[in-house]
Design a protein around this ligand. Structure first.
Ligand code: BES
Ligand code: ZN
Ligand code: ZN
Length: 491
């Protein structure tokens, strides 16, 4: 997609989108009156500047500018709202875009010190709004991803911050779109190898390192918990290791781990069939890590970042792991598998232990669509955050608010560990009590962190999918990509 940025001139594009802040309604409409000849009072009767409110009209007096679209941003012009408003207008307009289109930001916007950040949000939302959820519609084949040039018009001189906002917004949206494709893909088009190939391709294109361990290597490393989940699968497991190393030396080392279950049937502890199709998104944590690695490399963040994704499906087969089986994890700790549907924590146990032992990161964050309990607690509004590290909590919560990819902190008290004591093994994967499932799962993972001082677990079961304007049903959100990058940039 082609995006241009320039100072506004007298000759306006055929169609002009004007984002308007509610607090600046009067003088904004005054300016629109000067351009269009339509009285500000008349416009005010139809348009109040409320969030996501749209009013469009024809500009009959102008030789070039034929149509003006007012876009309400409400009273809080922050990153998430700007992103959402532009995503909405783009997805509304994408079916038939005019040849010449502009987005105009008046001084009400450009005078704000956070304007470059808002411009980035607008560009990110605009590009992402063109996402096409109909991955396998035969009618979409040709028209897919063709977007005409859009001019971003400011009423002041363009500087490097503006240009940077444009490239960053676009870079982020393109990675997010690729992640949406990955999460929206059904399991028959998303075998574990597909995730591994995605990682390799992205590594090549964006110059980061990527190594994928195959089944033999995983066996040699004795990842017994990960292998247990793969037993019922038609496909071999893959253990993806990505690494971004900046030129700058003595930088912080960050470890990211993502749950990469390409489909979760529950295994022998099989799930009910109602809504089981959504379990194609049980690799939402992996998607966040893959996308974050790509964006970290694109932006060349001055941090040493390692991304790990263990990936397999969790299926039913004669060979499937059985409830009651005891396995030895990569850490050496034994696990009694009471419920084969609590498989995410098994593959993460090995992912986390591997990360810690082989990379000793300063900060370790895992992301996983881990529990239905977290969905029941927070709904689709936020991911659950579990950590004992106050700085980490603060940074992640802030990044969540800034990006609109919200987090809410939930407890990680030792009391939740009690139910995980096993008679026969070091730990069991299901609590004896059906309570506080998200906290118990986090406690299980903690067992494999070797008491790491800066570890956080993000349960994103409720936010990996959402009711976005991109589709009618639940579809991918790319949650976590932007959140992780925002968090890391602010370190
Ligand atoms: N993948 C699921 C969690 C999930 C549920 C994700 C709903 C997205 C939406 C996970 O593997 C799972 O099945 N968890 C069980 C754990 C239980 C057996 C302890 C759950 O939450 O029911
Ligand atoms: Zn499960
Ligand atoms: Zn799962």
């Amino acid at each position: 997609m082609k995006l241009k940025i320039q100072q506004v001139t007298q000759k306006l594009p055929e169609v002009l989108i004007i984002p308007i802040l509610k607090d600046q309604l009067e003088n904004s409409l005054q300016e629109v009156e000067e351009w269009s000849g339509v009285k500000a009072d008349t416009l005010a009767a139809d348009f109040d500047g409320n969030f996501k409110k749209v009013h469009s009209f024809y500009n009959v007096d102008s030789p070039s500018n034929k149509k003006i679209i007012l876009l309400g941003l409400g009273s809080e012009p922050n990153f998430p709202n700007t992103l959402k408003a532009f995503r909405m207008i783009a997805s509304k307009m994408k079916a038939k875009l005019p040849k010449s289109l502009g987005v105009y930001f008046s001084q009400n916007w450009t005078k704000e010190t956070i304007f470059p950040n808002l411009l980035e949000a607008a560009v990110n939302g605009w590009v992402m709004g063109h996402y096409n959820v109909g991955l396998y519609k035969t009618s979409n084949k040709k028209s897919k991803k063709t977007v005409p040039t859009v001019s971003w018009l400011l009423d002041q001189k363009i500087d490097t911050l503006h240009r940077k906002a444009l490239t960053r917004g676009q870079a982020c949206a393109e990675t997010q779109a690729s992640i949406l494709d990955l999460v929206n893909a059904p399991a028959n088009h998303k075998r574990p190898k597909v995730l591994a190939d995605w990682a390799k391709k992205s590594a090549k294109a964006n110059s980061f390192q990527c190594k994928v361990l195959d089944k033999k290597q995983i066996e040699q490393l004795k990842m017994g918990a990960f292998l247990a989940v793969n037993r019922g699968s038609e496909d071999p497991p893959h253990f993806i290791i990505m690494e971004h190393k900046p030129k700058k030396k003595n930088v912080k080392k960050i470890g990211l781990i993502g749950k990469g279950i390409t489909f979760d049937t529950g295994g022998l502890s099989i799930k009910g069939s109602h809504n089981m199709h959504y379990m194609k998104s049980d690799m939402g944590g992996a998607a966040a890590v893959l996308g974050a690695m790509e964006l970290i490399a694109k932006l060349d963040l001055p941090l040493h970042v390692i991304g790990i994704v263990p990936t397999t499906d969790n299926s039913v087969d004669a060979l499937s792991v059985k409830p009651g089986d005891v396995v030895t994890s990569y850490s050496g700790k034994t696990i009694e598998i009471i419920d084969t549907d609590a498989e995410g924590r098994l593959i993460l146990a090995d992912g986390i232990a591997y990360m810690n032992k082989n990379f000793s990161p300063d900060i370790m964050i895992d992301l996983a669509t881990l529990t239905g309990s977290c969905v029941r607690t927070l709904g689709y509004q936020a991911g659950g955050l579990f950590t004992d590290n106050e700085d980490l909590a603060k940074g992640l919560l802030e990044a969540g608010e800034n990006t609109g990819e919200r987090l809410w902190r939930l407890p990680l008290w030792d009391a939740y560990k009690k139910g995980l004591e096993s008679d026969v093994a070091d730990v069991r994967n299901l609590s004896t009590k059906p309570l506080a499932g998200a906290s118990v799962a986090a406690k299980f993972l903690e067992t494999f962190t070797d008491e790491h001082k800066a570890w956080a677990h993000l349960d994103i079961a409720g936010v990996a999918l959402g009711n976005t304007e991109m589709g009618k049903g639940m579809n991918a959100t790319a949650y976590g990509v932007r959140l992780l990058v925002e968090f890391l940039e602010n370190l």
